[in-house]
Design a protein around this ligand. Structure first.
Ligand code: AGP
Length: 609
């Protein structure tokens, strides 16, 4: 989704801003732009549709000298991707970039047109810059004008503003969209994600909801939502924990798939004893809170929602605690009753997903016992606003298609299952068995990754297909859902998933020789039932591709391709069976020649509704 970078320095900033945008490319966007203030020629901008490299070419042809600037990657919401809709938007000597959506933009536009402003774009954002300009005319102070303007805005924003009449500063504000200040020596920066600024600093101050900041080369000042001056903590980022390059891999997605054994090891470190889960890892208050929990409500989006779906089977099956799971965009707009002593669990890689955050904020107004965030980003809004958090420790995930974030979320959810189950149906022997399975997990994932060559061969059968059906039963149904999501998002093949028992209630009508059917088949209590369902597919000429436990008793035959997966314990089977589905979608995408790491129309972090 949209990205913001800004700089106030004593050196040229356009190269810094451009590098910042490159580092945000993984989030998904469709145009880019930059404005810089030059002491000689004032405010100037360059914009380009498409990749940041197109903006780089525009800058090469016509450089932007100057020491104060802002830049943006835009993911179109209001108005098509075009140069005139790309940010920064201008009003007189003021330039602005914005992430988020202004919901009352139509009313503001009418009001501003009445004041004589002419709009150059179709965006909601342009209303903000004219509004700031309007107030600036009255008080000749950019900070005051921004403070005034944001009181007129309804919706979400992370924004940054510069003004050629006050070239030594930048003003930024956040509400519903993250912003961070990067602290340098004699220079300061801002960005929507600290990753954009790692080339210039490792010290960051995260703005909180409602904050407005004035940033100058030698200092920055912050005011909270009540307009009181506040000091935000400065965090030093651990460089070793952050490596955002592809290394030997062709794509981030492949690198991230192969990182899974090591990141899972990291996410278990310090949380597993030899026989027990160390629930202290959930925080000092965790024991006190969890012992009273009688229900769990999970809320998330996309892949994180699938992790929640898997966890429902664990929390009900192992812990014996009722668990509901809902996509955040539905949860936040529905009337429902909160069960007594319910723990609200949000799951999010980024911790900035607009719907998940809104669901958390809604829950805080309701009668939940506590909120827990399972998240991959320290200092994200979700983490900071929850009572408890469990970090997934996957490291930065750059590929838009979530892989290692998903499996580390599952690890965190197993830990949570145990932490809650202890006060309910999970006895010591069962906990010990789960801990043993978790200790074995990283090596079993490595073993499963060795199926890569076979899966690559299998992928040839999908390159010309337009549809695919993913089947699983029980806890493997959400694994099938995740497999279908991976295939559709990076190969653009239409893929659906069903619990295999539902086949004959409709989807069987789709099955013919053009419809590959992928099934995940561990050797569990539902295996025989799944086999019957698969026979229904074979009998109708469907092409079957089954990832099956070595001991599941499948034999290859015409129309039935088998890949044998290591035998694993029930609790970790969803993680193991996810791996071949990730690899399959990756190889199919390679054959289709799609943009694996940045699939069309998608964004890594969905910070708007
Ligand atoms: C997964 O491959 C997707 N890119 C997407 O579904 C993602 O999981 C979803 O947008 C939620 O993101 P979050 O985990 O950062 O909240």
């Amino acid at each position: 989704m949209c990205g913001i970078v800004g700089a106030v320095a004593q050196r040229e900033v356009s190269a810094i801003l451009l590098e910042g945008l490159r580092r945000l490319e993984y989030r998904g966007y469709d145009s880019a732009g930059m404005s810089v203030i030059s002491p000689q020629s004032g405010l100037a901008s360059r914009k380009a549709v498409g990749k940041v490299s197109a903006l780089a070419s525009a800058l090469e042809a016509s450089p932007l000298p100057g020491t104060t600037g802002i830049a943006h990657t835009r993911w179109a919401t209001h108005g098509q991707p075009s140069e005139r809709n790309a940010h920064p938007h201008l009003s007189g000597d003021i330039a602005l970039v914005h992430n988020g959506i202004i919901e009352n933009h139509a009313a503001l536009r009418e009001r501003l047109e009445g004041l004589g402003y002419r709009f150059a774009s179709e965006t909601d954002t342009e209303t903000i810059v004219h509004l700031i300009h309007h107030y600036y005319q009255q008080q000749r102070d950019l900070l005051g004008a921004v403070k005034h303007a944001v009181t007129d805005l309804e919706g979400a924003y992370g924004l940054a503003v510069i003004n050629a009449e006050q070239p030594d500063r930048l003003v930024c504000a956040r509400k519903g969209s993250p912003l961070v200040i990067g602290i340098g020596i004699g220079e300061n920066f801002i960005a929507s994600d600290h990753l954009a600024l790692r080339q210039v600093t490792d010290r960051f101050a995260y703005l909180e909801e409602g904050d407005i900041a004035e940033v100058a080369p030698g200092h920055f000042r912050v005011w909270n939502a009540d307009d009181e001056p506040v000091v935000r903590d400065v965090n030093q980022i651990d460089t070793a924990a952050e490596s955002a390059d592809k290394g030997q891999y062709r794509h981030f997605m492949l690198k991230e798939i192969y990182e899974q054994p090591s990141v899972i090891r990291r996410s278990l470190a310090g949380r597993l004893g030899s026989r027990k889960v160390l629930t202290e890892a959930l925080g000092a208050k965790a024991g006190e809170i969890l012992k009273n929990i009688e229900n769990v409500q999970i809320v998330a989006c996309g892949t994180s929602y699938h992790a929640g779906m898997v966890a429902k089977y664990w929390i009900e099956g192992f812990a014996g605690v009722p668990c509901r799971v809902e996509v955040a965009s539905e949860f936040r707009y529905r009337k429902f009753k909160v069960q007594q002593n319910t723990l609200l669990v949000t799951i999010s890689q980024s911790g900035e997903t607009a719907d998940t955050l809104a669901a958390l904020r809604l829950a805080q107004t309701l009668d939940y016992a506590a909120t827990l965030a399972i998240c991959n980003v320290n200092q994200s809004s979700l983490v900071r606003e929850s009572d408890l958090f469990l970090m997934t420790e996957a490291g930065p995930e750059i590929g838009v298609a979530s892989t290692k974030a998903f499996t580390t979320q599952l690890v965190a959810l197993i830990l949570l299952t145990v932490a809650i189950g202890r006060y309910h149906d999970l006895d010591e022997a069962e906990e010990e068995a789960i801990v043993k399975s978790l200790h074995a997990l990283p090596d079993l994932i490595t073993e499963t990754l060795s199926l890569d060559d076979d899966i690559k061969k299998m992928s040839n059968a999908f390159a010309e297909k337009h549809h695919a059906l993913f089947l699983g039963r029980g806890v493997q149904w959400p694994v099938a859902m995740e497999g279908a999501l991976k295939l559709k998002e990076i190969s653009y093949i239409h893929a659906e998933s069903y619990p295999a028992g539902e086949l004959k209630h409709g989807p069987l009508a789709l099955v013919d020789s053009d419809m590959p059917v992928i099934a995940v088949a561990p050797n569990d209590e539902l295996l025989e039932k799944l086999k019957s369902n698969l026979q229904e597919v074979q009998a109708r000429g469907g092409q079957l591709f089954v990832f099956a436990d070595k001991a599941a008793g499948f034999e290859e035959s015409p129309g039935l391709d088998i890949i044998a997966v290591p035998h694993v314990d029930e609790i970790i089977a969803p993680l193991i069976y996810t791996i071949p589905l990730q690899l399959l979608s990756y190889h199919v995408a390679i054959l289709k020649g799609t943009d694996v790491d940045q699939p069309r129309n998608l964004a890594k972090s969905v910070t708007v509704e």
